[in-house]
Design a protein around this ligand. Structure first.
Ligand SMILES: [Zn+2]
Length: 343
């Protein structure tokens, strides 16, 4: 047994043990002061994440388990939520403090197993489009063609920069794929539910039907408030619903943090490699796009506006698309490097 199955088997044996209530407890703020860790409290999901660097301890008040680094479960005396205060029983306090002080001495190496580069749209779905007149004839510029070329270039760049992860295109021809087919490709690359797979969808913007002054790159990620069923359903089916919901919330939180980080790396890289293209539109939360179903760190990159005159001219130039692809690939590669090494 590996990964989550092993954890869940252990968990199943833990849950039948009724935890003893602690005689005394201390405010969680004492723990934070003592260890320099920070608390991320999700009042909606009633879930806490204590961060020390990239190490984390996840817990839900009243539950007899904590999750270390989103992977390993340990039995604890439950944290108590009392009129806005989080009270940590002494025994749990010691376990948490030790864990946070040792700074992840027991860390495991995280490897990115695969990266899916998804060219948006395709086939009958052209995406954003714009007609231009050239030498007396009308040419229709379609997002699906621009982003397919970009995606193929990004994948090829990544293959030459990164040795480890498998690089997979969701489509390499002009075919239509349903949204769930795109994410299914990513999910199928996992042998284990805990394998790290990244999902990067490439698009081009349009703003209304007229020519626009809007231009620049923007990146979307899925906000943590948008709860998904992150864990594979077959791994949670035998769990106490409360526990599977904690695991799910924590995994969701991790994917959101990782998605924002990956977005920052890519945006920074584009800013450095292509300084003339504005990136101020930044990284934004959105719950409408394909990554909604992606149970993994995932971003959607809008590479420019097809209805901005200057930008569409750039996006039509092979040289610019190559530079953009190179910048995106460098950003993803830098993120993968830090994801695997800076733990
Ligand atoms: Zn699009």
């Amino acid at each position: 047994m590996t990964g989550i199955r092993r954890i869940l088997a252990v968990l199943a044996t833990l849950l039948v043990i009724v935890p003893a209530w602690a005689d005394s407890s201390r405010d969680i703020r004492e723990l934070l002061d003592e260890t320099g860790a920070v608390l991320e409290w999700d009042d909606f999901g009633r879930t806490g994440l204590i961060w020390s660097g990239l190490d984390s301890i996840g817990f839900t008040p009243g539950e007899p388990v904590a999750v270390l680094d989103f992977a390993d479960l340990i039995r604890i005396e439950p944290v108590v939520y009392d009129h806005g205060r989080l009270l940590v029983p002494d025994a749990t306090f010691d376990v948490f403090a030790e864990r946070l002080r040792q700074g992840g001495a027991t860390r495991t190496i995280r490897e990115v197993k695969a990266i899916v580069i998804d060219a948006g749209h395709g086939g009958h779905d052209g995406g954003a489009s714009r007609s231009v007149t050239e030498n007396g004839s009308t040419v229709v510029i379609m997002e699906k063609e621009i982003v397919l070329d970009l995606a193929i270039r990004v994948a090829s760049e990544l293959t030459s920069i990164l040795n480890g992860p498998e690089i997979v295109l969701s489509r390499d021809t002009d075919v239509f794929l349903e949204l769930d087919e795109r994410t299914e490709i990513a999910h199928s690359l996992r042998d284990d539910p805990l394998d790290n797979v990244l999902f990067v969808s490439i698009h081009a913007n349009a703003s209304g039907l007229q020519w626009t002054d809007a231009r620049g790159v923007e990146i979307y990620y899925l906000p943590a408030t948008h709860r998904r069923q992150v864990l594979e359903s077959e791994t949670t089916i035998s769990l106490d619903p409360a526990v599977s919901s904690i695991l799910n919330d924590l995994k969701e939180e991790e994917f959101t943090v990782e998605s924002v980080l990956m977005g920052q790396y890519v945006l920074e890289s584009i800013n450095r490699q292509i300084p003339e293209t504005p990136v101020e539109r930044g990284i934004r939360p959105a719950s409408f796009f394909v990554v909604r179903e992606a149970r993994m760190p995932s971003i959607l990159i809008e590479t420019g506006f097809v209805n901005n005159r200057e930008e569409v001219a750039l996006l039509r130039s092979t040289d610019y698309r190559q530079r953009m692809s190179h910048a995106i690939a460098l950003g993803i590669a830098a993120y993968v490097h830090d994801f695997e090494h800076m733990q």
